[in-house]
Design a protein around this ligand. Structure first.
Ligand code: GUN
Ligand code: ZN
Length: 450
């Protein structure tokens, strides 16, 4: 990957150095290999960051090779260092319109979202927003994400320029929508296709950036646009594709009405060739057995967005049901800001746990932290680069403080296992629990203007 050269070019070298802390790194999915075999944890851990921003070595400090012992070091004591969080679904142009009072998804989209997103036609506005959006990710320990932009090429330019400057691994795309939306937020089948092609040529593979083909959802795309999206996907089979699926009852009814020939909502995307191992479908709350089997067969991923599902009253996602053996569907986790109510990954995991309780099948803290790190990275085919502390990965890290607030410190005193500690972190934590964020080996949260 060319990212190291770009990181060096744009953000300066990360000097060879040592980080000591309690370290946690996932190896595999705890739901598949069992908890014990899913992670590596060191009470006295060490990470050697190479001067190209990659992880040169990680493990228990007692095993640190002699040549690394005298490196300049940063010690985080009892704090936990793990791979930076990956948010697998959120909306850049909605970063500041969270907490908008809407009746349900379609009402909320029409009343607030489609108004706010039209502002991103202005390149200057989009540039300022991109800086603030990425600052907010950094503040929350999120080092990579799969994000929607707007229909405006200038908005994606702004986001990618800012991410490139920071050396971040971002995946995003120009949103395509050509019906059921205001004029200022609509493209056409032809312009959506052409502008996407131009942006792919301009941005995909630059630094650590990747382009994602981004039809908003079947409600706002005509048959002609979905057809053109299928062509785009066939022409660029390696690209990630992201959209929304089966989030809300009225949305599902609208899709059935627009595509009367379809078996169901999933069949609409399937018909145009949009299901693949690199396809991400946000929400997927109300999928039928047929749809789940088809998603499983295609190797497509559903992104669970619990704070958004709760906020918009969309429904309760059944994590274990969706993963059921026989037709397991890959699942990621995302904030879905601004439908989501918090940029914090810890808050997202908290709601994922609460929703799992409400449907009667508990996810563990290990499940949750796996999803937000290695799990999402794997789905995005980025686990060779991010998602764990394995040597060779880029040193995108989050430093978590289980004692970030007085009450968290009191709760922490009662913790009697790693699981207990992680669980309290995700139930009580937010951006205050993120003591530092590293991108390509450089501390970036502490460098933010307050
Ligand atoms: N479906 C289509 N667009 C959106 C969006 O912006 N947010 C959510 N939550 N669902 C959508
Ligand atoms: Zn969304």
């Amino acid at each position: 990957m060319p990212h190291c050269a770009i990181a060096a070019q744009t953000t300066g070298h990360a000097a060879l150095h040592l980080i000591t802390a309690r370290t946690l790194s996932f190896i595999d999915d705890p739901g598949i290999v069992g908890e014990e075999r899913s992670y590596e944890f060191h009470e006295k851990g060490a990470i050697v960051v190479d001067d190209d921003g990659s992880i040169a070595w990680s493990g228990s400090a007692v095993d640190l090779p002699a040549e690394h012992r005298d490196l300049p070091s940063t010690g985080y004591g009892d704090k936990i260092v793990m791979a930076g969080f990956v948010d697998a679904h959120l909306h850049f142009p909605q970063y500041r319109m969270i907490a908008a009072f809407g009746k349900d998804l379609l009402d909320w989209l029409n009343r607030y979202t489609f108004i706010e997103e039209q502002r991103y036609a202005d390149a200057g506005f989009a540039r300022q927003a991109a800086a603030k959006f990425l600052d907010e990710l950094v503040r929350n320990g999120i080092t990579s994400c799969l994000a929607f932009s707007t229909i405006h090429p200038v908005a994606l330019d702004a986001l990618f320029e800012e991410a490139l400057q920071r050396g971040m691994a971002l995946v995003s795309g120009k949103t395509m929508m050509d019906c059921n939306a205001p004029k200022g937020l609509s493209d056409t089948a032809e312009t959506g296709y052409r502008e996407s092609k131009e942006l792919i040529a301009k941005w995909h593979g630059v630094g650590r950036l990747q382009y994602a083909i981004t039809p908003r959802f079947a409600v706002t795309s005509s048959e002609a646009q979905l057809e053109a999206t299928g062509v785009l996907k066939r022409e660029h089979p390696d690209l990630i594709l992201q959209t929304h699926l089966s989030e809300n009852d009225a949305e599902i009814a609208a899709v059935a009405n627009s595509f009367p020939w379809s078996k169901d909502y999933t069949d609409v995307y399937d018909h145009y060739g949009l299901l693949s191992e690199k396809a991400f479908f946000a929400h997927g709350i109300h999928l039928s057995e047929r749809e789940l089997a088809r998603m499983s067969e295609a190797g497509a991923s559903v992104v669970h967005c619990p704070t958004s599902n709760n906020f918009l009253g969309s429904g309760l996602f059944r994590y274990h049901h969706t993963r059921e053996a026989g037709r397991p569907v890959s699942i990621g986790v995302g904030s879905d800001v601004g439908g989501g109510t918090n940029h914090s990954t810890l808050a997202t995991l908290r709601d994922a746990y609460v929703v799992s309780q409400l449907v009667g099948s508990r996810i563990t803290a290990f499940d949750a932290f796996y999803l937000a790190t290695l799990g999402n990275s794997r789905l995005m085919h980025l686990d060779h680069e991010i998602g764990s502390l394995a040597p060779g990965r880029t040193a995108d890290l989050v430093v978590l403080d289980p004692e970030a607030t007085p009450i968290m410190a009191e709760r922490h005193a009662l913790s009697n296992s790693l699981h207990d500690e992680l669980f309290a972190l995700m139930i009580m934590g937010d951006d205050r629990a993120v003591a530092e964020t590293y991108i390509a080996g450089k501390p970036v949260k502490s460098a933010l203007a307050r």
